[in-house]
Write a protein that binds this ligand. Structure first.
Ligand code: G6P
Length: 612
């Protein structure tokens, strides 16, 4: 959730830390801070509640921190309200050691109480402070920093990625990782740590991913990485393919709008390497019949929008593969008793590849003997590394908290996977297969067509942005689509919104429909369009205002019932939601714009959720 950056080099650290924090701010944005060690060996810290801009002003208005080594942090509060004191870095009472930390220390209260009994005075409400106070305590006793680090790691329970500075070692930074992402970046006479690859894109593209239990000592001249037994490791280095400009706004008002507009290209990049000679190819899966051997059910497990992709996948994969498919929220899945084992395939979907609940579900599935296939956007992320098979969505870096291009690429890839497996297992007619392949090729172009008329969505948004409550209704794939449309609206515009299976509405929710209530009725799934039409008429006759979305082929059936109509091109029904989500994203975006919301960084949210 929070972001970490660390730098050890021969030039000033603060500008690099601030640049990295700016690129990380989407991970958490309620407070930020930096610490450096100056040339004369002083540990210095500046931190403040609020956005990074507040920290920048603080650094500009007071003496800027000097030093060629430093750590920085942007916080999404878990323990302790967002304020200056609870912001990271945290410093021990002797002001020798500073720590930035992502994750949660579960036994922090027990450690805190025992340190208080020993006379340690705490200044914050955070779990992180126990790390640094305990470090100073052990360092005093052991007088070796790494001995103290290992003693702390043995004592704490929970998840952590951390960066540590100690004024007795002015040229080095220490890092440790368990259950929260951390990577090392390599440069010439400079090296880095970061919780997220986007923080490093402007500095270096050569990285190593730290594994659980590893620690690292980073100086300007080199990096040493150790395993949990303190043996020195030879770590593989990876080259990041993302370009720094992909993580910049490039003239758009918001990252979200930029990312919406990037969807034709992101979908094209995801599809085209997997189409050859009229066939879907998935080399990553080696042998599909081997993968599906003895599989009698599929669980698709994810969080947030990725779960909504899973809902679409449930309808599509069941139809294509003729076996039960369940879409599960990762946070529920891990604590329920799913029927795992060799006969279950678990598909984990995640943009970041770091979502803690999804990661835990993956581990649980593997532990119980199921094969895990992941659909992930961030290369080398934890979920990608730990799954048996990984399919990457080539969406590029996604910065806006509300996902758009990651969602469409995940959905496209999941549908391709379903069609590919159906073909390998002889479950799809050649004629239908050929239609899907042809339409996959045309999909990026059709997304552009849907996007190229922003006036329609702007007009609807300026008409309805003052509504307090919105219902999304649809059936089958349109129901799954409505879940995402509703989430997009509520997360960035703060309008209360719910999504209902249209047929379920009259079992309770219809009592909330009154004159003027806005209903977004999705009627793109043609096999059920008549039934959807009946549901539209039902809400209309109770006074609802209806925005309908439908395909060009059946618009004449629907338009007389709606105040606004979003029309999208007709494609094969399984691909229809990829086009259908675009108007919903743009409608949500323009509503939020009209309401003056902070679109890229909605309140209380974070892009990557690495705590439970
Ligand atoms: C957060 C993001 C969502 C995302 C969800 C799952 O809530 O704001 O946009 O869908 O996490 O994230 P993941 O990285 O696993 O796809």
């Amino acid at each position: 959730m929070c972001g970490i950056i660390g730098f050890a080099g021969k030039t000033e650290a603060v500008p690099i830390l601030l640049d990295g924090l700016e690129r990380l701010e989407y991970r958490g944005y309620d407070s930020a801070g930096v610490a450096t060690i100056s040339a004369d060996g002083r540990l210095q810290v500046k931190k403040s509640k609020g956005r990074l801009s507040v920290l920048r002003e603080l650094l500009d208005s007071q003496n800027p921190l000097s030093g060629n080594i430093g750590i920085g942090h942007t916080r999404w509060a878990t323990h302790g309200e967002p304020n200056d004191t609870n912001a990271h870095p945290h410093v021990g009472q002797e002001r020798k050691i500073a720590v930035v930390h992502n994750g949660i220390i579960e036994n922090y209260l027990e450690i805190k109480n025992s340190l208080i009994r020993k006379g340690v005075v705490f200044s914050s409400d955070t779990d992180t402070e126990v790390i640094v106070q305990l470090l100073e305590y052990y360092y005093r006793k052991k007088s070796d920093l790494m001995d103290a680090v290992y003693a702390v790691l043995n004592r704490i329970k929970g998840a952590y990625a951390m960066g540590i500075l100690c004024s007795d070692f002015p040229g080095q930074m220490v890092a440790a990782k368990k259950d929260a992402p951390l990577l090392i970046g390599y440069g010439k006479n400079k090296n880095y740590i970061a919780s997220d690859v986007t923080a490093l894109l402007a500095q270096t593209k050569t990285v190593s991913y730290m594994e659980d239990g590893e620690t690292a000592v980073i100086t300007a001249d080199g990096v040493q990485i150790f395993d949990r037994d303190r043996f020195l490791l030879e770590k593989e280095k990876h080259l990041i393919e993302w370009d720094v400009s992909a993580a910049e706004k490039g003239g758009y008002a918001h990252f979200m709008l930029k990312e919406i507009m990037e969807q034709p290209e992101a979908v094209r990049k995801t599809i085209s390497p997997r189409l050859a000679d009229g066939e879907i190819v998935m080399e990553e899966l080696n042998n599909a019949s081997e993968l599906m051997k003895n599989i009698s059910r599929i669980y698709i497990v994810a969080c947030g929008s990725a779960y909504h992709v899973g809902m679409t996948g449930k309808y599509a994969l069941e139809r294509l593969l003729h076996i039960p498919v369940e879409a599960c929220l990762a946070s529920e899945f891990r604590y329920s008793e799913p029927l795992l084992g060799e006969s279950a395939l678990v598909i984990v979907i995640s943009q970041s590849g770091e979502t803690l609940d999804s990661m835990a579900a993956l581990r649980e599935a593997k532990r119980k003997g199921s094969k895990v296939l992941s659909i992930v956007n961030v290369m080398g992320s934890s979920i990608a590394r730990e799954a048996d098979y990984v399919l990457y969505t080539w969406a590029g870096p996604e910065i806006a908290v509300a996902t758009t291009k990651a969602y469409t690429t995940q959905m496209t890839l999941l549908l391709m996977l379903g069609v590919y497996l159906a073909k390998q297992l002889n479950g799809i007619e050649q004629e239908e297969y050929a239609v899907i392949i042809r339409e996959l090729q045309d999909l990026p172009e059709k997304i552009s067509v849907v996007m190229n008329d922003p006036d329609r969505y702007q007009k609807a948004a300026s008409r309805y942005f003052n509504h307090n409550s919105v219902f999304y209704i649809g059936r089958n794939l349109d129901y799954a689509l409505g879940l995402e449309g509703s989430l997009k609206l509520k997360e960035i515009s703060y309008i209360h919104s719910e999504s209902y299976a249209a047929g379920e509405l009259k079992h309770g929710t219809i009592s909330l429909i009154e004159p003027g209530t806005l209903v977004v009725a999705l009627a793109t799934y043609e096999p059920l369009v008549e039934k959807s039409l009946s549901n539209i008429v039902e809400v209309k006759s109770r006074g609802a205002e209806v925005i309908a979305m439908t395909t060009e082929r059946i618009v004449s059936l629907i338009e007389s019932q709606a105040s606004e109509v979003f029309v999208i091109p007709k494609v094969h029904s399984l691909l229809q939601p990829v086009l259908g989500v675009i108007p919903l994203q743009l409608f949500a975006y323009y509503v939020a714009l009209n309401r003056g919301c902070d679109i890229d960084k909605p309140r209380n949210l974070a892009k990557s959720v690495t705590v439970e």
